[in-house]
Design a protein around this ligand. Structure first.
Ligand code: GDP
Length: 476
């Protein structure tokens, strides 16, 4: 539990500067809006003859997480996200799957866009997230939501591996999610699947037929060729992963998307991850709470229960949550309210303290204290030549104690997507002869991601080395 310096000072009726002075004397430099922990607060308060009491509330006391016994776990459908370069056919593939597997089979059911849909193949199921691309994927991950089990990377056979293909590969790898490849547009006369495989191999994705472990299926989303085979492969991959969850307990899930509906009020699509969600359940969702008034599936049909990996639209929210927020069922509404109010408080405190995620200066302290053994970097440069030079030199800096790992490297301005990846992976961004665009700059401030700009290569290497051995002077 944390308290801000300003808040502590106010509660003791002393000036914040007095508190800051005492903190400094204790070797704990802090600014007025910074949150300090219980121990630091107790030390300072003692200096002013105050005692600090722990606010007896731990969210986890209420959100009791009971470990599942192995016998409670049952197989659950895989959750799939489609990624790939723009115009390579992500949307077409999602549509093709929806058409071949949903519309034809469920007479009368009209598919609704709720952010995710559920398909059946011989009694087995797959859940597809309907927002393709790595931006949405990583934005969720930055909120601590891990919902995707498998990534389908779409690569157009006439175009090959492009910039966003590489980004998608790196975002998936950073998340530790296995990739399957759909080589699309094979109906085109200039399609060259072998070239795609060769290019993917250069990025570490080696096809099975060449002795690798990545499944690659040739498809045409437009002509609906290879779709069933691709789905079969997804199910096979899922089987290998032994995805399981306990359906017989109160539900926990994540918000896939949410909106304010004119007639129905706030509406959120929840992907249930464990347990079973039922009509009437009391829940907390991000900083909101309430009761599930009614639920609808992806065909717009009313349902009363939804188990693991099933997406449902939930009505009965007190506000519009964010994609990636958690959704937890509690014993009753009173408890849900308690948790929600506590979260609102914490959100305000966090907003006040505004700490940066990773800076080179902070890294040294963490390395010294053994908290981390790795410096994660996202590198953006002006040209390919400098990218390769810097990448090679950076990787060579790794020591047995501290690894320098490059999560993503590319040319061009620092984008929002880079910032989200940095936020989700706790990485810092290095720009060499490039800047962040305005939106990325804004997002970096919001997500507290550190961006450092350079125009001399050795300066980058010096700074990283200094961070590794603790000689780096803070940059103000
Ligand atoms: P996205 O940007 O990755 O979502 O790509 P889209 O699904 O919007 O597809 C981009 C363009 O490629 C559209 O004009 C599609 O009709 C076309 N397209 C998608 N799949 C295929 C395919 O299998 N064959 C051919 N010939 N065209 C395709």
């Amino acid at each position: 539990e944390a308290i801000t310096v300003a808040n502590l000072a106010r509660q003791m009726g002393v000036k914040a500067t007095e508190v800051i002075k005492k903190l400094l004397a204790l070797g704990l430099p802090a600014n007025i809006n910074q949150a300090i922990d219980f121990d630091a607060a107790a030390l300072v308060a003692a200096e002013f003859d105050y005692e600090v009491e722990k606010a007896g509330f731990e969210e986890e006391d209420i959100l009791q997480t009971v470990e599942d016994r192995p016998e409670d776990l049952q197989p659950r459908p895989p959750v799939v996200t489609v990624m790939g370069h723009v115009d390579h056919g992500k949307t077409s593939l999602l549509d093709a799957i929806r058409h071949t597997r949903v519309i034809d089979q469920e007479a009368g059911g009209i598919t609704q866009h709720i952010g995710a849909y559920f398909v059946e193949l011989d009694g087995r199921h797959i859940t597809f997230l309907d927002t393709p691309g790595h931006e949405a994927f990583t934005a969720m991950r930055a909120r601590g939501a891990k919902v995707t089990d498998i990534v389908i990377l779409v690569v157009a056979a006439d175009d090959g591996v492009m910039q966003q293909t590489v980004e998608a590969i790196n975002h998936s790898k950073a998340a530790g999610v296995p990739i399957m490849v759909a080589i699309n547009k094979i109906d085109k006369p200039n399609a060259n699947p072998d070239r795609v495989k060769r290019e993917l191999s250069e990025h570490g994705l080696l096809p099975e037929e060449w002795g690798g472990d990545v499944t690659m299926v040739e498809i045409s989303a437009k002509k609906k060729m290879g779709i069933e085979e691709l789905l079969e492969m997804v199910l096979l991959q899922a089987e290998l992963m032994e995805l399981k969850a306990n359906p017989n307990k109160p539900a926990r899930g994540r918000v896939i998307e949410a909106k304010l509906d004119k007639g129905r009020g706030p509406v959120a699509t929840i992907l249930v991850q464990e347990g079973t969600l039922r009509e009437g359940n009391a829940y907390v969702c991000g900083t909101y709470f309430g009761r599930v008034r009614s639920m609808f599936n992806d065909k717009g049909q009313k349902v009363t229960a939804a188990g693991p990996s099933v997406p449902v639209e939930v009505i009965g929210l007190s506000g519009v949550p964010n994609a990636g927020d958690d959704f937890v069922v509690l014993a009753d509404e009173k408890q849900a309210k308690l948790v929600a109010e506590h979260r609102q408080l914490k959100a305000r405190e966090k907003e006040l303290s505004r700490t940066t995620k990773v800076t080179l200066e902070k890294l040294y302290g963490q390395i010294r204290d053994g908290q981390i053994q790795e410096i994660s970097v996202i590198l953006k440069t002006d040209v390919q030549g400098s990218l390769e030079a810097i990448r090679d030199s950076l990787l060579k800096l790794s020591t047995p104690d501290v690894k320098v790992s490059l999560i993503h490297a590319g040319t061009g301005a620092i984008s929002e997507s880079d910032v989200m990846l940095a936020s989700a992976s706790n990485a810092l961004i290095i720009g060499f002869n490039v800047r962040a665009d305005a939106k990325a700059q804004e997002l970096a401030e919001q997500e507290k991601v550190s961006i450092r700009y350079y125009d001399v290569i050795y300066q980058i290497l010096d700074d990283i080395k200094d961070a590794m051995v603790g000689l780096l002077e803070p940059q103000y």
